[in-house]
Design a protein around this ligand. Sequence first.
Ligand code: HEM
Length: 223
Amino acid sequence: MATAAQPRGGARPAGASGLNRVLMHAAAKPAVFMLCLLPFAWLLYGAVADRLGANPAEYLLRATGDWALRFLCIVLAVTPLRVMAKLTALARWRRMLGLFAYFYVVVHLLCYSWFDMGFDLPSIVADIPKRPFILVGFAAFVLLTLLAATSFNRAIRALGGKRWQRLHRLVYLCAGLGLLHFFWMRAGKNNFGEVGIYAVIIALLLGWRVWHALAARRRAALQ
Ligand code: HEM
């Protein structure tokens, strides 16, 4: 997960534009933290107030899946935004945003384990390999667990910056697996509208990353 601030992300915001100054304000990070918790709080309120429609369990399972995928897209958007809009201050939020993506995946998994499987571990273990779309979602969860576990400064130091960066590029694979999971689930219903929107967003973000890496390599070769 491009979650932890990359070592080079620690640089002070160049030029400290107005927006960078706002983003660097002491209150900005807690405000973003609260904003990220808002979907969870809203779902919790909906569940307690019985406002989630006729099938609250299905609503919670699907909404947490949606938020997991949205947060993965947000994490992937941090670097392009940081570079293109020169919002260097965004680097300090990447770890928090990545951990929120993981948080929503864990809540999603808990919803599945509770509402679909009644927390019956043997049934869960049997169900995961049986249904390909669940298997793909679970693979994304396992990878994200690895990234979340290595998103802290001590892990960055232990792995070394380069190796850590290479490992955390797996966040693209996680987003791809999450998308495939969503596609597979909706394929049964022949309903691809939303899946298409996420596919375009993820393809654009990945495309930018590849283009940016190739441009950097070309610049280095010219020097
Ligand atoms: C990165 C990991 C994951 C992402 C991004 C993700 C995302 C999603 C999304 C977007 C949906 C559809 C929501 C909708 O219809 O609006 C969904 C549904 C679902 N996901 Fe996941 N998911 C992930 C991991 C998992 C895991 C680990 C499991 C269980 C082991 C799981 C089980 C399910 C189930 C059972 C559904 C609902 C299927 C249905 O209602 O027919 N997902 N997920």
